[in-house]
Write a protein that binds this ligand. Structure first.
Ligand SMILES: O=P(O)(O)OC[C@H]1O[C@H](OP(=O)(O)OP(=O)(O)O)[C@H](O)[C@@H]1O
Ligand SMILES: O=c1cc[nH]c(=O)[nH]1
Ligand SMILES: [Mg+2]
Length: 209
């Protein structure tokens, strides 16, 4: 079964509080999501392999380490996942970005795919699916199925806030996928919103409500 990692770094938790706060406006919300995504990228890249490199400092020759060049793909789920891409690219600038467009029907809560465009070499990349919200898990589940159908082998899921219901769906459907969250919340309400959550992430990012 995939592991759930709650990234409880104090800076992430502090910023998440202001992301959740309903008094935080669109501009600040977007900036905070960008910052938290960058901090989460720092945590999620802890396991990247390193290789030896010999350099010359101004003083002497030295054996040091550089990244071993593992290929990474960021896969934001449109729309809200887009808000986390730039923050992650600040730390992983060589990552390629693929897009999966999904919206959740407000009545049925079922996801509908409307767009997909991926790097041609996803089979060789470690993919990080990004979405601020993991609610029923339907959207992330569909996105991961779509990636696997196209040959993806290594996938991780990174969300700001997850509900236990969504975590369970991903763990059952994709036991090979580890989940990284800034917070694991209590449950879903009757409309499928995460409680306490942060509201509608897409609407808060783009000011569409
Ligand atoms: O786990 P689920 O129950 O599937 O819900 C989570 C999904 O809902 C939201 O997207 P939404 O459908 O609002 O689309 P948007 O990003 O375009 O606003 C959110 O960004 C996730 O993609
Ligand atoms: O709480 C939720 C659930 C789904 N989508 C959101 O944006 N927020
Ligand atoms: Mg939305």
């Amino acid at each position: 079964m995939g592991k759930v990692h709650v990234l409880n770094h104090p800076l992430i938790q502090h910023k998440l509080t202001y992301i959740r706060d309903k008094h935080t406006g669109t501009k600040e919300f977007r900036e905070l999501v960008d910052e938290v995504a960058m901090l989460m990228a720092f945590e999620i890249t802890r396991n990247l392999p390193l290789q030896e490199k010999t350099i010359e400092t101004p003083v002497m020759e030295s054996q040091t380490q550089v990244l071993a060049g593992k290929k990474i793909g960021l896969i934001p789920i449109l729309r809200a996942g887009l808000g986390m891409v730039d923050g992650m690219l600040k730390l992983i600038p060589a990552a390629r970005v693929g897009h999966v467009g999904l919206y959740r029907d407000p009545e049925t809560l079922k996801p509908h795919e409307y767009y997909i465009k991926l790097p041609s070499d996803i089979k060789e990349r470690e993919l990080i699916v990004i979405d601020p919200m993991l609610a029923t898990g339907g959207s992330a589940n569909d996105a991961i199925h779509s990636l696997k159908k196209r040959g993806a082998k290594q996938i991780r899921l990174m969300c700001l806030v997850g509900a236990p219901e969504g975590v369970e769906v991903i763990q059952n459907e994709h036991p090979d996928v580890d989940i990284f969250l800034a917070a694991l919340d209590e449950k879903l309400d009757e409309h499928g919103y995460i409680i306490p959550g942060l509201g509608d992430a897409g609407d808060r990012l783009y000011g569409t409500k």
